[in-house]
Write a protein that binds this ligand. Structure first.
Ligand code: SAM
Length: 281
């Protein structure tokens, strides 16, 4: 049974990195007229109330989007992301946080399609409710996103971004991610695949980016954002990464302009920093 609820973590430093990269990837696909799909295999609830008991318990957003909210010196890609979160908060105060489904949808065009999977019964219900007025553009499935991805590839328009954003509450998720991508690259080698992963001391987390680098994609980009030193007791997440297979060529330079700012703005201690690596096609 799944116990992870993204409501406890919405808007934290990991969401900032993930959603900033997501927006850049969707925007790039929208530069050509031809339609595309965004497939979000682990969609969450879609939207989060930052004043709810869940969000207030850890108040993780205060160290993430909260640190960017009032800044007037944001680099362009960060400003673009914060502007979309502002659209979710028309009153001006930061009260709500949009998940990956809304951020993707607002960056897509009429002709593009969003396919969402969420396995947790309560979050799947919330997700359905959040998108009930979205019409044919958005399809929500309350089923396993790894299996759902297999069934959708290759997508009809032959252009797609896949976001794989598990909670990794089960350590098998590391293996599932690698296997899902091997299969996906066989069915649809031309897709863009973005995988979020946590920076933890546990071996599976440390090995994941190395395993992703060995997959048979045309190129990859690996961006990490660390906000603190790893805890001495080995518990807790000190940062996270976004690993993109078949990335747009512009992504590296865009992130090179944003990550130094984010590492400073979201810094918790002297362990804060970022890395940005790539292998071009
Ligand atoms: N992508 C969301 C965002 O950025 O707003 C956050 C997703 S959260 C990190 C991971 C979600 O995956 C949780 O809501 C969890 O219930 C869900 N989940 C876990 N295993 C799943 C699976 N096999 N298929 C689909 N969803 C799953």
């Amino acid at each position: 049974m799944l116990s992870y609820r993204h409501a406890f973590h919405a808007g934290n430093h990991a969401d900032v990195l993930k959603h900033l990269v997501l927006l850049q990837l969707v925007r790039y696909l929208g530069q050509k007229d031809k339609p595309f799909w965004v497939i979000d295999t682990h969609a969450g609830a879609g939207a989060y109330d930052l004043e709810s008991a869940h969000a207030r318990k850890l108040a993780e957003h205060e160290g993430g989007i909260g640190r960017l909210w009032a800044r007037r010196d944001l680099p362009a890609p960060v400003a673009e992301y914060v502007d979309l979160v502002r659209r979710f908060n028309p009153g001006g105060a930061l009260r709500k946080y949009p998940g990956s489904p809304f951020l993707a949808l607002w960056t897509m065009r009429e002709q593009d399609r969003l396919r969402l999977f969420e396995l947790h019964t309560s979050d799947a219900r919330l997700l359905r409710g959040n998108f009930e007025d979205a019409g044919r553009r958005v399809l929500v499935e309350g089923t396993d996103g790894f299996a759902g991805l297999r069934a959708l590839l290759p997508p009809p328009p032959r252009r797609a971004l896949v976001l794989i954003d598990p909670s990794y509450e089960e350590k098998q998720d590391y293996e599932r991610v690698v296997q899902a991508l091997k299969d996906a690259l066989t069915r649809f080698p031309g897709g863009t695949y973005a995988v979020w992963y946590p920076q933890l001391t546990r071996l599976e987390a440390r090995e994941l980016p190395q395993r992703l680098k060995r997959l048979p994609a045309k190129g990859w980009l690996d961006a990490t954002l660390r906000v603190r030193e790893p805890a001495r007791d080995g518990f807790g997440m000190h940062g996270s990464g976004m690993f993109v297979l078949n990335p747009p060529w512009t992504l590296h330079d865009t992130l090179a302009g944003a990550l130094p700012f984010l590492a400073e703005a979201l810094r918790e201690d002297a362990g804060a920093g970022f890395t940005l690596d790539r292998q071009a096609a």
